[in-house]
Design a protein around this ligand. Structure first.
Ligand SMILES: Cc1ncc(COP(=O)(O)O)c(C=O)c1O
Ligand SMILES: [Zn+2]
Length: 421
């Protein structure tokens, strides 16, 4: 659909969408894309969606109208959990499985690992690169914790646009390799994503790069909001009681919240909202810390460390938006240690058949903590986001296994070696 205007989330200023924009020139606020939803109300109904393309672009009326740069992102499965998030930690096949029937499940896994480039970052980059191409931009730049860089590189390749990516030097090997193969210009930085962001900001004007950093251009949110539309559609337009989201920069959470407001304006859902839950790594939990202190913004986390690479974000640009969503939705923020995440990965893989990224498995840790504390009841319908596939983290996972259990790691992982022959 044609965009009505861009709106600053801090001061409400309107900006035109007929040219590329980053953030509000007055106060640096994040810009939201606004459409004339009132004119769509009653004309576009949920039933109009049936038979449409099985990608995020099925929601075309609430996305920018341009020639798409698409690799088939979105419309990922919402899997009813076989075990309802129970029974952890579990021995390696030692204990009985607690399978429920899929019909009775009330815990769901939204499996974003099936996206192009193996993570939900594909959605945001499909939308951002679509608009970059529409605007005639030739060079894009972004800092990345890993997966956003891979996704940008892929969509830029498909669009014939240059990508300049700055990543920490210790990102998973997969992220470095995919960027290389997609033909991106990669700079490895001895630091964190915040250092990478600084380098992009310092060089972009001189180099003629358009900055597509998290929340510093308006369209990555538009792509990611489609997760909210999909959860609603896949749950027959009845939102769950809770959504657990691994939060780094927070775009997934922010996008879904925007989607819920839009769907209400369209008359597709009512005023009810899920409790939105942020899960972060205990070794980098600025949002959890701010939430627990009742603050409306976070502080830079010092010494960030976790093998959940996408959660190694010491300060989110949109922290004020994330904390506001947690408050408005009566949600909360939870931290998961790397050991808990590793155990959750093994549990999901062995019980559900889902080999989740560490960030995604953190959602299961959060769910279990929130069940134990009574925050969620067994009958609450809760969606846990697996934001990516573990296949992109094999080196990190093996290192983490060795750290956690040096004596068994190799045998347990590969079942021992026979030979040489
Ligand atoms: C697999 C995965 N999950 C979660 C996140 C965090 O996403 P966001 O920055 O949108 O909060 C990332 C970010 O890199 C990621 O790669
Ligand atoms: Zn503003």
């Amino acid at each position: 659909m044609r965009i009505a205007y861009l709106e600053c989330t801090r001061c409400g200023e309107h900006l035109p969408a007929d040219r590329p924009q980053n953030v509000c020139p007055k106060d640096g606020g994040v810009l939201y894309v606004r459409y004339d939803l009132a004119s769509l109300k009653g004309k576009l109904r949920p039933e109009n969606l049936s038979g449409r393309v099985a990608s995020m672009w099925r929601y075309a009326e609430v996305l920018p109208d341009a020639t798409l740069v698409t690799l088939g992102e979105g419309f990922t499965p919402l899997l009813p959990s076989m075990c309802g998030g129970e029974a952890l930690p579990r021995g390696h096949g030692a204990e009985p499985r607690h399978h429920t029937s899929r019909e009775s499940a009330n815990v769901f896994i939204k499996d974003e690992g099936l996206n192009p480039t193996g993570s939900f970052k594909a959605r945001g980059m499909s939308a951002a690169v679509t608009m970059a191409k529409h605007y005639g931009l030739k060079k894009l730049a972004a800092p990345s914790a890993g997966n956003a860089g891979g996704a940008l590189a892929a969509y830029a390749a498909a669009a014939g646009i240059e990508a300049h990516i700055f990543m920490p030097k210790d990102v998973p090997i997969a992220n470095r390799m995919e960027c290389d193969y997609y033909g991106a210009h990669v700079t490895l930085v001895d630091g964190l994503i915040s250092d990478c962001a600084r380098m992009v900001a310092e060089r972009k004007d001189k180099e003629g790069w358009f900055d597509v950093s998290t929340l510093k251009e308006p369209f990555r949110v538009e792509g990611k909001k489609t997760m909210g539309y999909e959860v609603a559609e896949q749950m027959n337009w009845k939102l769950p009681q809770g959504i657990i989201y691994p939060t780094g920069g927070g775009v997934g959470m922010i996008g879904m919240w925007k989607a819920f407001d839009e769907m209400e304006e369209l008359g597709w859902i009512g005023a009810e909202r899920p409790k939105m839950i942020t899960v972060q790594a205990a070794g980098c939990a600025p949002i959890v810390k701010a939430w627990e202190a009742g603050k409306s913004a976070s502080e830079m986390w010092v010494g960030a460390q976790t093998f959940a690479a996408g959660l190694r974000v010491p300060k989110a640009y949109g922290d004020y938006l994330i904390l506001d969503i947690l408050k408005k939705s009566q949600g909360t923020a939870v931290a998961a240690t790397d050991e808990e995440v590793l155990a959750a990965m093994r549990h999901w893989a062995s019980v559900e058949g889902v080999f989740a990224a560490p960030e995604g498995a953190a959602s299961l840790v959060a769910y279990q903590k929130l069940r134990a504390s009574g925050f969620f009841r067994a009958e609450d319908r809760v969606v846990l986001f697996n934001t990516g596939t573990a296949y992109k983290y094999l080196d990190m996972i093996e290192a983490q296994e060795k750290k956690a259990r040096p004596e068994v790691a190799t045998a347990r992982t590969i079942g021992g070696i026979i030979g040489p022959f």
